[in-house]
Design a protein around this ligand. Structure first.
Ligand code: ATP
Ligand code: MG
Length: 570
């Protein structure tokens, strides 16, 4: 067990950067002098939820490529749907992008452009390229046709320009109820690309907007707002996920009709990770229905949840660089992400001693009142991290799991009559296990060898195991929260008829341990600090922690646990 601190887990190839076809496109654009060699990107979240690890991939691309080529990257809130958007999300998104280590050049909102978008819509009406339609949403869908059948033209398509201008102004002025009319582009109802079948540009929605209040009661649709917002900002490379592939021709169509700056859209593969879901809508449901404690629940794949769990931004960035960018969607193993987490924590987290399931050990031949200060190494991976002193005394706690009354094969830890090393302490031998009236082991009576201070054996005798401990009189009580994956299935969307993804929630995703014993230096552990509990895994101080009553989240286990070894040898 003792040699496991440095192992990192899954066999991921450690090439630092994978192929990235968007980088290749940018290099080519710079070479040919397109946009005078200027590179500008944007990250465009809709503020309708918290960012998740999928967004981190997009953020690393948008900000990373701009930085790599001396360009700019804006953070733009795509806030065109007031029914789902909130200021809480706007704030959280900014915090998460900054935490990931990126700085935006401009901070913009699509709602900044509502007037310009409106004026351009009027221009398209005047050019005969847009019309006000009175069909309901259902009728529009019916008229739209299918992939194999052409659509039918709206009976309102031939309205005069004057009538369209008048109706559109009255839509804006609030004369019509929600859903009664739309503004649609006049393109081609028989186009093989369904997005070209007179797409809706504006809908009526009498609803407070988190920034524009009740100034507007018509709101632009994504396809009309997005490209024009890119163009206004002078975005050269507008990077988005593959499902927008079919929207690209429409993106280009609006820009061409308006004769504005020719931003270009490029699509890359969406990140999916096993045992979790990357969809704000579904994550919102988990929050709203109380399946998790909030958006930053440490089990959530959100940036804020991962931060609280103990992920470092560097681990997330390294992961995003390693998965690369392609044109086909795939699924990434959670182990791949965890590999980069362990790798980073191993280099930076200080080692400390914490006993999660305490078992009292009394060292019978140790002086009653003696307390010795033992020198412990803070981080063997970082010589500069130095050492600290930890107290050793007659009564200690060790892990219940480190003792077996009847030890199985290959179990080398403590057992009756057996000697083990206490890390940074002494060699001790178990003499007797004391049980309570139910037969549960409540205390071990041991002896120590005073010649073995610091764990050395002057006579060269071997002990097969080194275990961790804390001094009972000095230990601090702590709460420790252990997490498993939030879902039991690799693909949580795989369900029986009539079920939804919540059917795959893991009932054992959270286990709370109280009465854990941690070394005294952790009494006032600062929220957000990450530690390796020796032999137990990586842990992070939770934000609910208070001085004297620390709370830890298990970020991740060390590579192999005894439970897995035991399974294999059975
Ligand atoms: P969700 O379905 O979770 O709401 P979204 O695509 O609607 O995601 P947006 O806020 O519109 O979320 O996304 C902002 C940017 O992040 C977009 O460019 C989007 O393509 C990208 N993005 C979102 N999810 C992923 C993902 N899983 N992998 C990579 N990029 C993503
Ligand atoms: Mg979206």
């Amino acid at each position: 067990m003792s040699s496991q601190e440095n192992t990192t887990g899954s066999p991921v190839e450690e090439t630092s950067e994978r192929s990235n076809f968007i980088r290749d496109i940018i290099i080519e654009d710079i070479r040919t002098g397109r946009h005078d060699g200027r590179v500008q990107t944007r990250f465009p979240p809709e503020p309708n939820g918290y960012l998740h690890i999928g967004h981190a991939k997009a953020i690393c691309l948008d900000f990373g490529l701009a930085a790599e080529f001396g360009g700019k990257c804006n953070l733009r809130f795509d806030d065109t749907n007031p029914s789902k958007e909130e200021t809480e999300y706007v704030d959280a998104i900014q915090e998460d992008v900054a935490w990931l280590g990126f700085k935006w050049d401009g901070l913009f909102y699509a709602s900044d452009y509502f007037q310009q978008l409106y004026d351009w819509a009027v221009q398209l009406i005047k050019d005969g390229k847009a019309f006000v339609c009175d069909l309901t949403a259902d009728e529009i869908r019916e008229y739209r046709g299918t992939l194999t059948e052409p659509g039918k033209e709206s009976p309102y398509r031939s309205r005069s320009i004057e009538e369209n201008l008048d109706l559109f102004a009255r839509m804006k002025n609030g004369e019509f109820p929600d859903g009664s009319r739309t503004l649609r582009a006049k393109i081609d109802m028989s186009s093989p690309n369904l997005n070209f079948r007179d797409p809706v540009m504006y809908r009526i929605l009498h609803m407070e907007h988190h920034r524009t209040g009740d100034s507007w009661c018509i709101y632009p649709m994504y396809d009309y707002a997005h490209g024009q917002s890119d163009s206004i900002e002078g975005v050269t490379h507008s990077i988005c996920t593959l499902e927008f592939d079919n929207n690209r021709p429409l993106y280009n169509w609006f820009i061409e009709q308006l004769g504005i700056f020719p931003s270009q859209q490029y699509e890359f593969d969406r990140l999916s990770v096993t045992y979790t879901l990357l969809s704000k809508r579904k994550l919102l449901k988990l929050v709203q229905d109380g399946h998790v404690t909030g958006w930053d629940d440490p089990r959530m794949p959100t940036i804020s949840g991962m931060r609280r769990r103990g992920y470092t931004s560097e681990a997330i960035r390294n992961f995003c660089a390693n998965i690369g960018v392609s044109k086909t969607n795939g699924v990434t193993q959670i182990a791949h992400l965890e590999y980069f987490l362990r790798e980073d924590l191993n280099r930076h987290a200080w080692r400390v001693s914490a006993v999660l399931n305490p078992l009292r050990v009394v060292i019978e031949n140790y002086p009653d009142d003696l307390v010795e200060e033992m020198e412990a190494i803070n981080n063997p991976e970082d010589a500069g991290a130095g050492t600290r002193m930890v107290p050793f005394s007659k009564i200690l706690y060790i892990e219940q799991e480190d003792f077996r009354e009847d030890p199985p094969k290959q179990f080398y830890r403590l057992a009756p009559g057996r000697e083990v090393r206490l890390r940074y302490g002494y060699l001790i031998t178990c003499r007797e296990a004391i049980k309570d009236e139910t037969g549960r082991i409540v205390e071990l009576r041991c002896t120590y060898d005073p010649e073995t201070r610091g764990g050395n054996t002057p006579d060269g005798r071997k002990v097969k195991s080194t275990i961790h401990w804390v001094s009972a009189a000095h230990a601090v009580d702590a709460e420790v929260r252990l997490y498993e994956t939030l879902f039991t299935k690799e693909d949580p969307n795989e369900v029986e008829d009539g079920q939804d993804f919540t059917a795959n929630l893991n009932p054992d995703s959270l286990k709370v341990l109280s009465g854990c014993k941690v070394e005294p230096g952790l009494r006032e552990a600062v929220p957000g600090t990450r530690y390796q509990f020796e032999r137990m895994g990586y842990f992070c101080v939770d934000r609910e922690s208070v001085p004297g009553q620390p709370v830890f989240n298990r970020t991740i286990t060390l590579k192999d646990t005894w439970a897995k070894i035991e399974q294999k040898i059975r």
